[in-house]
Design a protein around this ligand. Sequence first.
Ligand code: 6R9
Length: 654
Amino acid sequence: MGKSLSNLLHENRRFEPPADLAANANATAETYAVASEDRLAFWADAARRLDWDKPFTEVLDWSTPPFAKWFADGTLNASYNCVDRHVEAGRGDKVAFHWVGEPADDTRTLTYAELQDEVSKAANAIEELGVEAGDRVAIYMPMIPEAVVSMLACARIGAVHTVVFGGFSADALASRIVDCGAKLVITADGGYRRGAPSALKPAVDEAVAKVEAEQSGLVENVLVVRRTGQDVAWNTDVDVWWHEVVDESSTDHKPKAFPAEHPLYVMYTSGTTGKPKGILHTTGGYLTQAAWTHSAVFDLKPETDVYWCTADIGWVTGHSYIVYGPLANGATQVLYEGTPDSPHKGRWWEIIQNYGVTIFYTAPTAIRTFMKWGAEIPAEYDLSTLRVLGSVGEPINPEAYVWYRETIGGGRTPVVDTWWQTETGAIMISPLPGVTAAKPGSAMTPIPGISADVVNDEAEPVPNGSGGYLVLTEPWPSMLRTLWGDDQRFIDTYWSRFEGIYFAGDGAKKDEDGDIWLLGRVDDVMNVSGHRLSTTEIESALVSHPKVAEAAVVGAADDTTGQAVVAFVILRESAGDGGEEIVADLRAHVAKEIGAIAKPKSIMVVAELPKTRSGKIMRRLLRDVAENRQVGDVTTLADSGVMDQIKTGMDSSS
Ligand code: 6R9
């Protein structure tokens, strides 16, 4: 971190907003002034962009912190706001999604009117399956329109969805189903991945069997979309085909209004201890901030823009910036099923060219991969329609930022580096494309209506030019309301480090101008390709392998993925020296326990792990080894010789 900090200190490039964008921008310098004048009135105005069945009279109830209520006496329906109201306003023929499947030529266009029909049918079908307001529904799907339709159908009937990333394992799916008590699972036979069908249903079958053993009768049905046509095992007591129940249902479905604080979804994310945290988002405040930020930060002009966010709907970015924000704003979007390199490495640029994408939102890890592949690939395509580029998921290094702006944005487009979290629900710190003279690598300042700061260990704001912890000092509309079923962990995790303010878990620095630079996590959470992974979770997975006695996992800086998972393991005596296959074995084991994204990039078999006298593993030292650095202070180690042994082992293995 020390090294990157000094690099950042020397970054003094600035990119002014393009004059034409600034002249017509949705958010202006005036917006900041209005919001700082009266923060709550500002958010109340933003909330009035939505259609309320019963208008709210109270904006924020912060009488029992950290449990916030926003717009609590108002009622609304999220699905109505994302779909029906656009149709009722005469925009039914407007395209909601240009869906692009992975097999080239497999495309589908959905207008808002068609989306309304699909969502209504799905809502009728899942009600028919016995799902009621407040019930939980797990969604485990590829990037197909039915995934979005399923989420909106749940919202429409007041059911709480929990989308589990399709790359997660059966075990991960099972633990999430149990934790939130989902009675319905919506999935597909499979999806396409790099040109071949990739099965999903077997993982669901395995997960449901596991759940059944733990809590019999919890999962009542599995609703299955036929996407690839591959063979699936079928349990007639539980499994139902989407095309048999949804396609047969009526397109009439009246959305019911729910209180603003009605739960909308639970999204699981890695925490510092093994068990994932179920982040709870509710309806009115969440939708308000998702919609407002999508309009302001991307300068969305719904009539003319074509917006594309490359996230998977299994992550919060897909929730807020594919489903809820853009649809509430009536945007026209691209939705893509596949990977950037299939069938060729220019696929994304080809899609931008074909659909005339104007606003593009992706992650630094993707940008760094494209840099590696070379500028000649995007150069083959016409990207001149692009006018705003966004980045999210991890710090974007200045080189990647400038490459993105120049090579993809033709040097014309502002790049908005948007900092936020699953917990914050929506963008919190970001430049505004029509206002900010952005610095490459900095998320700049809190957006209007948001209060953030960087503080030291005593919770005192640090002066400009210094670093510390990023905190949020006032409640915000899309904040998490609690952790599903665990109020105490909610308080402990976010509100206990500093009295009365939200601790984000990120290190940050204020530069001489007071602009904010994010420096990565300060806890034991890694960020691999923009995905949050917990060291503890991967360590638990490794230790669950019969040959492993102990494991320590660290995130090591990686040029492409931001951080890479590096594991150090001690084998059980009975495993002997483990042999050649052990590393492959363990990687496969982690993939099975958690998912392929958690697979360690490298695994070192060691005799000892560095520990303090109280038995705490000193991951800091292992990180030094993994990043090929001089090993830091070892004086608190119980056995100071351990690091020499590990380093010797590392040198002889590389
Ligand atoms: C939206 C999302 C949240 C963590 C967050 C931080 C990192 C996200 C960032 C960024 C620097 C940015 N992060 N955006 N770091 N600059 N623009 O990614 O949510 O998966 O919960 O991750 O990601 O460390 O705390 P989530």
